[in-house]
Design a protein around this ligand. Sequence first.
Ligand code: SF4
Length: 225
Amino acid sequence: MFKDAKLDEKTFTNIIKLLSERYGIQTPAHLDRSDPFKVLIGTILSHRTRDEMTDLAFSRLFSKYKNAEEIAKASLSDIMRLIKPVGFYRQKAKRVKEVAKLILERYGGQVPRNRETLIELPGVGYKTADIVLSIAYGEPIVAVDTHVETVSKRLGIVRWNAKYEETRKGIESITPPYMRRIVNGILVRFGKEICKKPRPKCELCPITIYCEWYARRRNRNSQKI
Ligand code: SF4
């Protein structure tokens, strides 16, 4: 077990199974797992944007342009128009076109299946790379976004000031490989609905018995007079 992890693999597996019964394991439309390029672009579009808006922009973009080659040749103004539903659409349009061009010129239109190569692309960090690798390529990786980070820290899997890599490794250390690629989607939905920031809805939570945050809060409250 990872040195900071307090839950063990069996317990965390049970948590993910329990939450998967509640949320299912489907991914949003903008993460079309049949095409790594679409997963990459969908993830770039999704930054700081609600899923419904990302799905809308994604379907507008890909109903006109089918692949990296077509997007690389498209005019910037048309990409902006199509993805306007997402936040920061001007910057994202530039990024989408730039990434499409690089995928085409450097990698012959194929998205690299390698973390270090992926993060060389503009605007692509570990989270985006890990989403592409786990969702599009089925790699046994837990992609850590803000919801996954919050839930894992509240559960006590990693320490509060853990950065991306420490958090990912901590979660992976207690997740069997076959289950890693679904953890992100499930914890994102759980984080949006119940384990919210800044105030979690613990009164609705089905996993309070496993939660360090909840136990601490209960102890604090029981000491009050
Ligand atoms: S008990 Fe509260 S803090 Fe803990 S996982 Fe559930 S919602 Fe999140």
